[in-house]
Ligand binder design. Structure first.
Ligand code: G16
Length: 544
């Protein structure tokens, strides 16, 4: 074996964010940049020699090149076997499943999720642990510490592996299994949902759906599931061929970036159901005919209807949501008599709760929902969950959500994103709010009286680890709240996220436009945080 040891110097900016290391492609293309981070992962994994790792990504630009480098470095670092998705493709939930199914040591996922791709787009590298979920903070901190001290990396001098054919190869002494990227995931989905019922719905002739894969990784999975396995007509999946630059689009399933789908669902002769997923397939947006389902509501509706799904018909152990996610699911959990956990933003925080059997379903306001079937959020799983509910209840998306609000009340909820703002100014805004926290309690702003204000801190109920500085909360005595935090996934400047929530039990008021219902809180956020001044923006980039 021809293993080369290459001298290198640390880069100072390799701290993993909310979900792995995300940077612009040209940053990753700097000599040694990718290699340093990968070697730091291997150096932080005691006992990885001889073990099996899973490798794949969302197919974005540089995916293939990075995979070849990682394979050669894995071989040089004594990894026993790598399972890699055919074409280098694995959606994030599929990668999580492959790790679990094969009891692998862990996996490396190449994705920058919903961030744009292409030569000037973004790339990301994330390490997932044995449970199939994103590495917890203690692991990412160890990797980061290593990136600051690294002085060399190891790589095998060898030819590239043919990734486009399922089969077994050798790279030095390491085995490389190129596996079918889609089939194991389809089998998993079939084991969870009532495919016969969903198939009857999709082939009834009375129900039309549109799945927009946004030229990203879910295309092959969605074709296999909806059109091939569940009988939906060809053309149900649109933008279903993954492209390295996502067709120039922004693969983020929200009302702004998935506007083509929104136009279809809000247009004439709209389908009954629409859904979109993101770059790596872990997010979902669900739409009914002329009806948008807020992700926080989606989690609440899935929880309230889980008894209709074969995999969850025996009941849920508990549910979990990230702190900024609305409390809609809390009300369902209370009615079901199950625990509801509030974690910081980042799917990694759900891992312990799922492993310990404390939570069965998890969800986030950022278009993420999932369950204990894998340890990542799962976009197509959520779409199938909705289809299964619709098939079982025989009602439209809108009817299901409206009757949910009628029963539990409605949490009016919105998130305003200010993208690519000056990092120093964004930090100043946050510092200003932190300084206000001690004097907030009891303060009166018009009709609003502050009940509490803090910088959210989380103590993991399973391992006792503490995660501080997870977002500023200002809660009012009427139950409404404001949350401010800086995104941990952006790569250009800073992204400020402001979250608004209020509760309305009276069904006769549920039709009010969300932005109107939240206007007093939106104005209050401006008054308290001076968002326009710090961001130099009159309006948010994205309103969800
Ligand atoms: C990641 C995390 C999610 C988080 C989201 C947004 O998702 O896994 O838990 O909610 O980022 O995080 P932030 O608000 O810090 O930008 P994804 O889909 O980008 O991997």
């Amino acid at each position: 074996m021809n293993i080369k040891t290459v001298s290198t110097k640390p880069f100072s900016d390799q701290k993993p964010g909310t979900s792995g290391l995300r940077k612009a492609v040209p940053v990753f293309q700097q000599p040694h940049y990718l290699e340093n981070f990968i070697q730091s992962i291997f150096d932080s994994l005691p006992g990885c020699e001889g073990q099996t790792l899973v490798l794949g990504g969302d197919g974005r630009y540089y995916n293939r090149i990075a995979i070849q480098t990682i394979l050669k470095m894995a071989a040089a670092n004594g990894i026993g076997e790598i399972l890699v998705g055919c074409g280098g493709i694995l959606s994030t939930p599929a990668a999580s499943w492959i790790i679990r199914k094969n009891q692998a040591f862990g996996g490396i996922i190449l994705s920058a999720s919903h961030n744009p791709g292409g030569p000037n787009g973004d790339l990301g590298v994330k390490y997932n642990v044995t449970n199939g979920g994103p590495a917890p903070e203690k692991v990412t901190e160890a990797i980061y510490a290593r990136t600051k001290a690294i002085d060399s990396y190891k790589i095998l001098a060898a030819a590239d592996v043919n990734l486009d054919q399922v089969g077994s190869f050798k790279l030095g002494t390491m085995s490389v299994e190129v596996i079918d990227s889609v089939e194991p995931y389809v089998e998993l989905m079939e084991s969870l949902f009532d495919f016969d019922k969903i198939k009857a719905l999709l082939t009834s002739g009375n129900f039309k759906m549109c799945m927009d894969s946004l030229h990203a990784v879910t295309g092959p999975y969605a074709h296999a599931l909806f059109e091939q396995r569940l009988g939906a007509p060809a053309g149900t999946v649109v933008n279903g061929t993954p492209k390295e630059d996502f067709g120039g689009g922004h693969p983020d399933p929200n009302l702004v970036y998935a506007h083509d789908l929104v136009e279809i669902l809000f247009g004439d002769d709209a389908p009954d159901f629409g859904a979109a997923s993101d770059g790596d397939g872990d997010r979902n947006m669900v739409l009914g005919r002329q009806f948008f389902v807020n992700p926080s509501d989606s989690l609440a509706v899935l929880t309230a209807n889980a008894h209709l799904i074969p995999a969850y018909s025996q009941g849920l152990a508990g549910v979990a949501r990230s702190m900024p996610t609305s409390a809609a699911v809390d009300r369902v959990a209370a009615a079901l008599g199950i625990d509801c956990y509030e974690t910081p933003t980042g799917w990694k925080f759900f891992g312990n709760l799922l492993d310990a059997g404390k939570a069965t379903l998890c969800g986030e306001e950022s278009f993420g929902t999932g369950s204990n079937h894998v340890r990542e959020k799962d976009g197509l799983w959520a779409v199938l969950f909705w289809l299964n509910i619709i098939a079982a209840r025989g009602e439209s998306v809108e009817q299901i959500v409206r009757s949910h609000w009628q029963k539990y009340g409605k949490n009016f909820y919105s998130r305003h994103d200010y993208e690519e703002v000056d990092s120093a100014k964004a930090r100043e805004l946050i510092e200003g709010l932190l300084a206000l926290i001690p004097e907030m309690k009891g303060k009166q702003f018009g009709n609003y009286e502050v009940e509490y204000s803090d910088d959210f801190s989380y103590t993991d109920p399973v391992d006792g680890s503490v995660s501080k500085n997870q977002g500023i909360r200002i809660g009012f005595t009427d139950g409404s709240r404001l949350v401010f935090r800086l995104s941990g996934t952006g790569t250009k400047g800073a992204t400020l996220r402001v979250y608004f929530e209020s509760y309305e039990p009276d069904a006769s008021k549920h039709d009010v436009d969300t932005q109107k219902a939240l206007a007093p809180l939106i104005n209050l956020a401006e008054e308290i945080a001076q968002i326009k001044q710090f961001t130099q923006r009159e309006f948010p980039t994205v309103i969800t």
